[in-house]
Design a protein around this ligand. Sequence first.
Ligand code: ZN
Ligand code: ZN
Length: 352
Amino acid sequence: MNPLATLLERLAGLGADALLISAPANVRYLSGFSSPEDGRVLLSADGALLLTDGRYIAQASEESRLEVAITELGKPWHQDVAERVPGKTLAVEADHLTQQLFEQLKEKLDGKVVATSGWVAELRLLKTPAELAHLREAARITDAAFSHILGVIEPGLSEVEVALKLEAFMRQHGADGKSFEIIVASGPRSAMPHGVASQKRLAAGELVTLDFGAKVQGYHADMTRTMALGEISSELRRLYDAVLRAQEAALAALAPGKDGQEIDALARGILAEAGLDGYFSHGLGHGVGLQIHEGPRLSKTISQVLKPGMTVTVEPGIYIPGLVGVRIEDLAVITETGYERLSHSDKALMVL
Ligand code: ZN
Ligand code: ZN
């Protein structure tokens, strides 16, 4: 069913007349508007409007699939919204709207404001063919940037220089930008799962973890590779092999009907067998789309059944504080029969 029709049905079930969508990823999903931080969608049985301001008249009319309405200059947007639904009950996104805006809307609408949670996020779980095409393209540019960096990465470069080269390549090859602050974590810094690139210089004999992705039409790619700069010890190689085994087994287990929790447990079990219990300090994976982290989760704590059209990353890692870390991450989409890998970069340990 069309997402707007589904939302209208839920709205009727709640006994409300109009729905205000304010979370940027949800605004973009429903309207196609690429500056969703400055837009809102107002949906009712009368239709759906993209509300934005005068700076975006041309852009919004070019991009929006919904009728565009421009908020009068100087008028706060919540006031504009309230004036468009006089006497009606307005449903809002509690996951996004601030308490202050919630109270302001309530005041203007005589208290007739009700909270909803996760409605659009739930629709966004299942990607359409058009969304998958953007994700495939984002993953393709990410792979290309990785093969480019293999030819230029060397001891002596700073982590920041590596990150800049990755970003420049991705933008030159069609990305809107990077999916998130690029992680380049070398030597002991690789033990920080979110070690964004620093001024540290790469040194021979270290492992270096790159976690990055291209963004295309608002859709994010996400991939991690860990590589060796010159010869590394047999113990580091053993760590790498254990993470790779866990990653490949978990990836191969992806299929519709499987629970994210059991896939997480599978990877965690393989690391435990290698004596690495306790060093895998985050969930196995997450959905990716208009947000870098969205549903579903592959995690120890959340049970979530996988369905065709869902995207997931599979990214086991081990982190030994002060010493070293290894993470390997691919992006995949669940299909009717199993999964399709969107990241294609090689995963055998690369010794550069
Ligand atoms: Zn990542
Ligand atoms: Zn990730």
